[in-house]
Structure formats: structure tokens, C-alpha cells
Design a protein around this ligand. Sequence first.
Ligand code: NAD
Ligand code: TDX
Length: 381
Amino acid sequence: MAESNRSHLLVTGAAGFIGANFVRHRLALCPHERIVALDALTYAGNRANLAGLEDAGRMTFVQGDIRDGGLMERLLRDHGIGTIVHFAAESHVDRSISGPDAFIDTNIVGTHSLLKAARAVWLGATRHAHRFHHVSTDEVYGSLGAGDPAFAEENQYQPNSPYSASKAASDHLVRAYHHTFGLEVTTSNCSNNYGPYQFPEKLIPLMMVNILHGKPLPVYGDGMNVRDWLYVEDHCRGISLILDRGRIGEVYNIGGNNERPNIEIVNRLCAMIDERFARDPGLAKRFGGAPAAKGEKSASLITYVKDRPGHDRRYAIDARKAESELGYRPAETFETGFAKTIDWYLANEAWWRGVMDGSYRSWIETNYAHRTGSPAAASVA
Ligand code: NAD
Ligand code: TDX
């Protein structure tokens, strides 16, 4: 095999939301590095998220499945990979409730397949320089009450959804491969990301696209569930710090220090879009169905719907370990990150229209109908 090189990265789930942002971030940060960008291109993965990156010759895209152990071993050997950054997963909690099987297959079996390949190639007859970084979520720690302290790395795991349970299982496998086989691993558990290239099934881009089409904004339950929101580039910076300075075998929590109830997020999004329509008359021409195009308020679309089963009430991250050991701190405030995100979606209409295919529409309609009993009201033309 080619000698493994820590500067040769395999990024799994590279055509998804955070994976694609990470590839862009890392290529810019480390001009000497090369990346093999692997993705199965499920409904959530899009080649367009990596557009233009292959031209410089430092990134190679491979369509493949992490469950294909033979392919994983070949990629590691043929490209002399010394660093894996593992994003590939089924990532949407609502889909894990309506169809958990894919979450078990990809998040647990898939992660194990990747770990086995890494062990076979890096810890075989000869030991090779390596790092396996596993990207996980704050949801593995469960749900907090209003006054509870934020999640620290030592918190007990209490996953509540099939999604978070599958991520918890994958975290345990990564830990076990370190303790039992000596695989050099790090893990990060991060809060809710937002920013460019996020698939419009997640809260912020879904609400954004629905506002622009004048469709209902489905707020689950009483809208008072709290999430900690982090601009995606800050998550990518956190992962880079762990890759470059993190201690082997350690877990780092990454967060935004930015807890907000969902209804505040939706109201703020509505107000900021109204403000952009007021500033730019061209938007009313492009999005004639939006309330703001008719002088109405986007917030008039807010519709409270049946809650997500088992809906975690609150997540909050204590990121002091990453801050003190690695110097991690989010660069964006909620105001700057949110403004960048809205402007990116307004400027990249072709991207989001391109990813909203028939299967997207049918998922959004089914999910909405299930919560309201009213079919198709949320579908997007
Ligand atoms: P995403 O759904 O946008 O992207 C996941 C990518 O993985 C897609 O491109 C998909 O095609 C690919 N994929 C799925 N199954 C695959 C398989 N079997 N083989 C190869 N590729 C496969 O998800 P995301 O929001 O970018 O999340 C990335 C990672 O970060 C996940 O592991 C997720 O659990 C974690 N995470 C996400 C958030 C968040 O707020 N989005 C927060 C914390 C942690
Ligand atoms: O239509 C909606 N209405 C609504 O009220 C949607 C899609 C969501 N919500 C609520 C549910 C959550 O309380 O908004 C909050 C955020 O929902 P999601 O965007 O689905 O994210 P969440 O369930 O919090 O999980 C996300 O953060 C942690 C990612 O999808 C996970 O991959 C990550 O691990």
C-alpha cells in the first residue's frame, strides 16, 4: 500500500451538509492536504455541494457506501489515507421515527464497517500513522430540564430517539476500538448546526423555503423546545482543532453558547426575511407567493402542529474542555451566522430547488399530513 499519510484524508458523508462545509473549510485551511470525499449520495447527499472543488486536483469524489468494507479498505490503501473524518450518517430525527432501520444500518453497522477497515489497514502487520475522527451529536446525552447544567463530556448517555440511540451506539464502538485495539480515535459531540447547504428538511432551511413559497411553518408542540445553535463553519473549525491538537481517545463537546426556543428561531427568520423584502423589491418578483411580496408578515404562516414523539425538551453544551485544551470558540454570533445563512439561501435558489425533488416533496407532505391531518398543505411547488 501507499504509506499512510496524516495529510491524506478520507471524509465520509462529504456531499452532505456538514461534510461539504468541512471539505471546503479544510482545503482552504491546509493547502498541503488531499481529500478523498466519499458519499453514498442518499437523498441527503448532493454532488452540487462539492461543486468546483475537484478542479484544483486536491479533492477526489468517490460514490460509495461506508458499509462496503472492501471498498473502504481499498480507499485507505490506494490513497495512503492517514486520517478519517467520519460524518456519513442518517441524520434526521423525524425520519428515524418513521423508519428507524436505515439508521441502524448506516449509523451503527456502517460505522463498524469503517472501524474494521481502519483497523485492518492501519493496525495490520505494520502499524501506520493514523487518526479516526468520529463526528457525533449532543443528542446522545438525552434531554435537559430548564435549570439543568449543560451537557459535559462525562454525562451519562441517555439517547431518546432511534437517531440518537444509533449515534450513541456508534460512539461506543469508536471508544471500544480505541480501548481494545489501540485505534487512535477522537470524537466530537456537537449541537445543532445551521448554514449553507443544509437540506431543507431541517428546521431553519425548511422554514426559509416555506416562507418564500407562502406555505405553513409547522412548529412542533408549543414551540418552546430549546436547541443550541452553531454556525456550521464554527463546527468545522472545532473539528480541525481536534484533528490538529486533540488528545487521542478523548471526546470533545462543541457548542455555540446560543440556546434558543424554536419559536424564537422561526419568528426571527420571519422578521429578517420581511426586512430583506422591504430592502430589495427584486425579491417580491422572484418569490410572489411569499407573504412579504404582498405586504403581509411571514409570521402569519406559523402553524402549531402535533409534537414529535419523544421530543427532547432542551439541549445545551458545555464546551469548556474544547475551549481550554484547544482554544475553540465560535467565531460567529447568532446575528452574523443567521444573516449569512439567510443571504446564502436567497442567493442560491438554484441549489435548494435542485435538491427538492419528488422524494423530498413526498416526505414533507407526509410529515405535515401526519401532524395536522391536512394533506399537502406544506408541499412546495
Ligand atoms: P446530512 O444528512 O446532511 O449528510 C449525511 C451524508 O451522509 C449525506 O451526504 C449522505 O448521502 C451520506 N451518507 C448516508 N449514508 C451513507 C452511507 N451508508 N455511506 C456513505 N455515505 C452516506 O447530515 P449532516 O447534518 O451533514 O450531519 C453530518 C454528521 O454530523 C452526522 O454524523 C450527524 O449525526 C452529525 N451531526 C449533525 C448535526 C446537525 O445539526 N446537522 C449536529 C451534530 C452532529
Ligand atoms: O418542521 C419542523 N418543526 C419544528 O418545530 C422541524 C423540522 C423541526 N422542528 C423542531 C424540532 C426540534 O426541536 O425544531 C427543532 C430542530 O429540529 P431539527 O432541525 O429536525 O433538528 P434536531 O431534531 O434538533 O436535530 C439536529 O441537531 C442535532 C440534527 O438534525 C441532528 O442531525 C443533530 O445531531
